[in-house]
Design a binder for this molecule. Structure first.
Ligand code: H2P
Length: 829
């Protein structure tokens, strides 16, 4: 009865000792208790890894407290919620980020040091959660941090891959891929919810049934697996709000296979069931082009189905009418990967909830929004109709119906322009019939976003031109951003302290616009001295890492010049390497006296190539071959070094970015949708050498073209240059360095041939040859600026001062106000 429940609640309340305490002594007790009772080691004897585990559990306890409070607050106040659907999240490490966001970093450091441990050393024990490929996935992680910090009522949904992005191992200069079984050592940051499970169904047939005298088509699935939730708390900074990132893992289901058991083949049926788990096993490397892979499609639907069941259940617990759905729920499609959600929600609303088609469709269009991260049409996802029809027969019918209605509506607007109709159709006709996922996402969403201004302009003029002309009001851009909590506060503590000192406040950690205040001190020589020291400290860290990893000793006086990102032809790491060869060649041909004026460089390249991407792998090998030649040339000494940093990931980035003087962003104009690496370097006072591509255009607006080194063809020139083909003017130096590679100067002559072919006159799609001249000029300008330390430091300060606009807080606020229509909901203390 009520009385009994109240008595129980009162008892609980008195038993509760208030919130966990954060003074060093309480933290020590907690850590030791976790050593003893969670890790099950003796508190008198445990190593660094065990200390890390215990420490993480004590941090996690604090996260859980806030997590509970936040979610009961949301439950009570029922704000409109955002559900961020993404198949990739690159979270990296959680420990430092968590204690900083919780605001108890100093207390933990003190607590540990009294126990004889160093926080930083324990933090190094943590492995990366690498559940994503590159920019898109790290963006999702930054955006979760901003959603939590800005108090937005949001949830993230993703997949709990057991194998994250492969580990890159370099053998003899070649990339090898090794599985990243990241859960081997446990993952203290997740909470397994064995009770939050949903059945996800596949295959089967569609049957017609009678509901109150009406014919209804329903899906009779043939197979099912169970989705189990793993919750990962995402703490905001300077707020109690702690959001949830719910990742799904596949487990065998107990339903559907009774028959197999009854046939008596027990062992085989158990073994068969294990196949269910493979659905969430492995992350597909490279974020595009998995066309025709059944497992990939299964992953997508598994993700969509589990997430939507969870979302609809939560909605129904609080509201009783689907008319309210658009006022209470925003569903965001992070790229096309989760866009089957549109068909799934129609199936739920029409087949299960028995809403009329039109009403359901209006609701769907209002709840969904979509962001695309790609530029070119070839990069867009397609799913073969045959595959979809066999795995999800009812969804295929729904997709056909959506497309039929869309085509009819379109005909009314544009008439019988069959070319345009066929371009816009969700179903692509041809030898293989496909579902175009981007077209589906555009048709089913009320807002379509690009990730930079230039990106949206490009989409409007090319890839999505037809759609833009039909629905101009649907198209928006939200320039990407990165979180200053991770990319300055966590990864560059010295810079963080310096900024707070000179701004006289830490408020910039929640409001990055305040960084403009640094402009007031841009001429102050004391500030310059301290700025220089900070860079030096970070270069030292990086130099130590480079030596430990590659044996190459580098000089701290050299310019640290970095290009780190996925290896891709359009990102033009090859251009960088050819530039390095040119530099080496010049040095070799230079008078010894002239060498004294040369700025020493440490060139650093890092990034993974998709396992099946041959040319990208050759670029990695070339980098190693060139490095071997240069680094072993005693005559060159410290004037030039080249190092490849293997297995680039979030935690490596945290080390590399603060230590860079110069960073390179070389994509052929019009190919990088946004770029987010550049923003992290900008925040760390590293100067950019870049093309006017993606978000760099906006960086220029913010810091002025004098404060970075620009080069290369502009977007509007690219098409014309390509047309010129073999009549294009290519600088002699380009032909010369390319010849060196072709002639086997760096060995592996045969192997590098096909790589060289990609940039031969007439075939040079990414325009390395025609951009080479201006690339070298920009490099020379960087050298010139570097020998004027005053000037360099000012440029560096102005870079950080202008980086506020590239905080993911700004991005998220724009999404919240213009797309999702959600408002902050701050959990009280
Ligand atoms: C991608 C785009 C970038 C963009 C990022 C996030 C797919 O990441 O190419 O231009 O900034 O998404 O929107 P990347 O190539 O860095 O892996």
């Amino acid at each position: 009865g009520v009385g009994e429940r109240r008595a129980k609640a009162e008892r609980m309340f008195t038993l509760m000792d208030g919130f966990l305490k954060n003074d060093p002594l309480s933290l020590q007790k907690d850590i030791l208790n976790h050593v003893e009772y969670t890790v099950a080691r003796s508190r008198f004897s445990f190593d660094d890894f065990e200390a890390y585990q215990a420490l993480s559990h004590s941090v996690r306890d604090r996260l859980i407290e806030r997590w509970h409070d936040t979610h009961s607050y949301f439950k009570r106040t029922k704000p409109k919620r955002l559900y961020f659907l993404s198949l990739e999240f690159l979270m990296g490490r959680s420990l430092s980020n968590s204690v900083i966001n919780l605001g108890i970093q100093d207390q933990y450091a003190e607590a540990l040091s009294q126990l004889g441990f160093e926080f930083e050393v324990l933090a190094e024990q943590e492995g990366d959660a690498a559940l994503g490929n590159g920019g898109l996935a790290r963006l999702s992680a930054c955006q979760m941090d901003s959603l939590a910090t800005l108090d937005y009522p949001a949830w993230g949904y993703g997949l709990r891959y057991e194998y994250g992005l492969f580990r890159q191992v370099i053998v003899d200069g070649f990339q090898h891929e090794q599985p990243d079984y990241w859960l081997n050592f446990g993952n203290p940051w997740e909470i397994e919810r064995i009770h939050v499970t949903y059945e996800v169904k596949f295959y089967g047939t569609v049957e017609e049934i009678d509901v109150n005298g009406e014919k209804h088509r329903v899906w009779v699935p043939g197979e099912s697996v169970e989705a189990v939730a793993y919750d990962n708390p995402i703490p905001g900074y300077g707020t109690r709000n702690t959001l949830n990132l719910r990742l799904w893992a596949a487990k065998p289901s107990n339903k559907f296979d009774l028959e197999a058991y009854n046939t008596g083949d027990y062992i085989n049926s158990v073994v068969n069931r294990q196949r269910a788990e493979t659905i969430s096993n492995v992350l597909y490397p490279d974020d595009r082009n998995h066309q025709g892979k059944e497992l990939r499609l299964k992953q997508q639907y598994f993700f969509v189905s589990a997430s939507l069941q969870d979302i609809i259940r939560r909605f129904k617990e609080a509201h009783n009418n689907f008319d309210e759905l658009p006022d209470k729920v925003a569903l965001h499609l992070n790229d096309t990967h989760p866009s089957l959600s549109i068909a799934e929600i129609m199936r739920i609303l029409v087949d299960e909830e028995h809403l009329g088609w039109n009403k359901a469709w209006d609701i769907a269009c209002e709840v969904f929004s979509f962001t695309t991260h790609t530029v070119v049409a070839e990069g867009l996802e397609k799913i073969p109709v045959d595959l979809l029809g066999s795995l999800l027969p009812r969804h295929l019918e729904i997709l056909y119906q959506i497309n039929f209605n869309f085509m009819e509506e379109l005909k009314k607007k544009i008439g019988l322009d069959y070319n345009r109709l066929s371009r816009m159709s969700i179903v692509e006709e041809g030898a293989v019939k496909n579902i175009r996922m981007a077209n589906l996402a555009i048709v089913g969403s009320h807002i379509v976003n690009g990730v930079s201004k230039l990106h949206l302009d490009t989409l409007k003029m090319t890839t999505f031109k037809d759609f833009y002309e039909l629905w101009p009001e649907k198209f928006q851009f939200k320039t990407n951003g990165v979180t200053q909590r991770r990319w300055i506060v966590v990864s560059n503590p010295s810079l963080c302290a310096l900024i707070s000192k000179w701004l006289g406040t830490e408020a910039w950690i929640r409001n990055a616009d305040l960084l403009t205040g640094l402009r007031d001190h841009v001429d102050n020589t004391n500030f310059h001295q301290e700025w220089k020291m900070v860079k030096r400290i970070n270069k030292m860290r990086l130099a130590e890492y480079i030596e430990a990893m590659s044996g190459v000793k580098v000089s701290l006086d050299a310019m640290f010049d970095v290009q780190v990102k996925r290896i891709h032809e359009y990102k033009r790491q090859f251009l960088n390497i050819l530039g390095i060869i040119h530099r080496y060649d010049c040095l070799k041909n230079m008078d010894k006296n002239d060498r004294r004026n040369v700025v020493p460089r440490v060139c650093i390249i890092g990034g993974k190539a998709a396992p099946g991407y041959e040319i990208a792998k050759k670029i990695i090998k070339l980098c190693h071959s060139v490095a071997e030649k240069i680094n072993n040339d005693a005559d060159i000494g410290d004037l030039l070094k080249l190092v490849f940093i293997p297995d680039y990931n979030v935690s490596v980035a945290e080390l590399v970015i603060p230590g860079a003087d110069l960073s390179q962003h070389l994509s052929t104009a019009g190919h990088e949708a946004s770029g987010t690496g550049s923003m992290k370097f900008l925040m760390n006072g590293c100067l950019l050498l870049a093309t006017a591509d993606g978000s760099t255009v906006e960086i220029i607006e913010e810091i002025g073209s004098d404060n970075l080194f620009l080069f290369g063809a502009k977007v509007q020139e690219v098409a014309e240059l390509r047309e010129k083909g073999s009549t294009l003017k290519i600088p002699l130096q380009f032909a010369r360095v390319l010849r060196m590679v072709r002639d086997g100067y760096f060995g592996y002559k045969e192997y590098f041939k096909s790589l060289c072919d990609t940039v031969e006159i007439g075939k040079d799609f990414y325009l390395l040859g025609s951009d080479f001249g201006s690339y070298l000029e920009a490099q020379a300008a960087a050298d010139k600026a570097f020998v004027e330390p005053e000037k360099w430091i000012k440029m560096s300060i102005l870079s950080v001062a202008g980086s506020g606009r590239f905080s993911s807080d700004r991005t998220i606020q724009e999404y919240a106000e213009r797309t999702w229509k959600i408002v902050p909901s701050r959990c009280p203390l």
